[in-house]
Ligand binder design. Sequence first.
Ligand SMILES: Nc1ncnc2c1ncn2[C@@H]1O[C@H](COP(=O)(O)OP(=O)(O)OP(=O)(O)O)[C@@H](O)[C@H]1O
Ligand SMILES: [Mg+2]
Length: 343
Amino acid sequence: MKFSLSQYLNNDIAIDLGTANTLVYMKNRDVILDEPSVVAVRKSDQNIVAFGKAAKEMVGRTPGEIITIRPLKDGVIADFDLSEQMIRYFIRKAVPSRIPRPRIAICVPTGITEVEKRAVRDAAEHAGAREVYLVDEPMAAAIGLGLPINQPVGSMIIDIGGGTTEIAVIAMYGIVNSISIRVGGDEMNEAIEQYFKKTFNLLIGDNTSELIKCELGSASPHEIKGSMVVKGRDLIAGIPKTVTITGKQVQEALAETVTQIADSLKMCLEMTPPELSSDILDRGILMTGGGSLLKGLDERLRQETNLPVIVAEEPLLAVVRGTGKVLEDLNRYRKVLTRIKKY
Ligand SMILES: Nc1ncnc2c1ncn2[C@@H]1O[C@H](COP(=O)(O)OP(=O)(O)OP(=O)(O)O)[C@@H](O)[C@H]1O
Ligand SMILES: [Mg+2]
C-alpha cells in the first residue's frame, strides 16, 4: 500500500463501527477496509487469535477452546476491551503504523445513550485516535449519498444494519425527526434460526441462517422463489440432519421483523411536518445498510407508504463515506457532529 506525503500528514480516517461490519475510509482512497466485526478469543488465556474475516470464518466451527465474539450488539459497544482492540487492529491494518496518530470520525446510532457515546469515543482514543468526532448514522448516510442536507428540503433515509434500523428525516444540517429501533439483520437471522427449531427441530448456525436470508429471504410476495437444502443438528436425536426449506417459509420466518421495520417507517412519516412530507413524496425514501438488500423489502415499503422507496447504490458504503466527508470538511459540517454531554 503506497502512501503519499500529504497522506502521511493528513491521515484522518472515518470508521463505520457496525454491529455486523466495520469499514474504514480515508480521503482520496475511499473505503480501505471492510471486515466483519468479529473477534476470535482463546478461552483459557483470553488471548485474541483472529479479527474480522478470519474470525468470522471460525464462527460455529471453532474447537471448544476458541470462541468467536461480536463486540457490538444492537449498534453499540457490548464488550469495551474487545471493541477497542478490534478498532486498533483495523486501524493498523488499514494505515501504516509509522504515521502520526489519526483524527477519527465514527458514526453512532441516533438512539444511543450518553454512556454508549462515551464508550465509542474512549475506545477510539485508546485505540490511538488523536481526536474523535461522532456523527449520527442516518446523517452520515445522507451525506455519503450526496443528499442536499444543507437545504430546506426534506430527505428521508432508512438504514437497516445488522443491529439497528435508523430512520430519519433530514433538512438544514439537522435531523428533524428520527426513529431508531434495535432491530435489523441479526434479528432476521435469529428469526430464521427459531423457525428451524420450531418447524424442523433443527439447530442451525449463524452463518447458515445468514446465507439462507441472503439467498432465499424476501419481504414481498413477488419475490418468493426457490428452495434450499440446509444441514444442521437434530435437536432431539443430536445427530446431523438435512432438510429443505422454501422461499415461502423463509418469508414467513422474516415476516415479523419486516413488519416492525415497516411500522417504524410509517411512524416516522407520521411525525414529519407536512412541508417536508411533500418533499419526501417528490424525492422518495433512500434505503442504505445491508438489510436494504433483502429481496422485495423496497417494494414492501413502497406498498406500505405509497411513496417512492429506492435502494441506494452501494448501500453498505454510504455511512462510512458520509462520515469521511464530514471529517474532510469539518468547517462546513461541524453542525452535524454529535456532542457528548459533560457530566
Ligand atoms: N443480500 C442481503 N439480503 C439480506 N440481508 C443482507 C444482505 N446482505 C447483507 N445483509 C445483512 O446486512 C447486515 C449488515 O449490514 P451493515 O453492514 O449495514 O450493518 P452494520 O452497519 O454492521 O450494523 P449496524 O448499523 O446495525 O450497527 C447483516 O445482518 C447482513 O446479514
Ligand atoms: Mg450500520
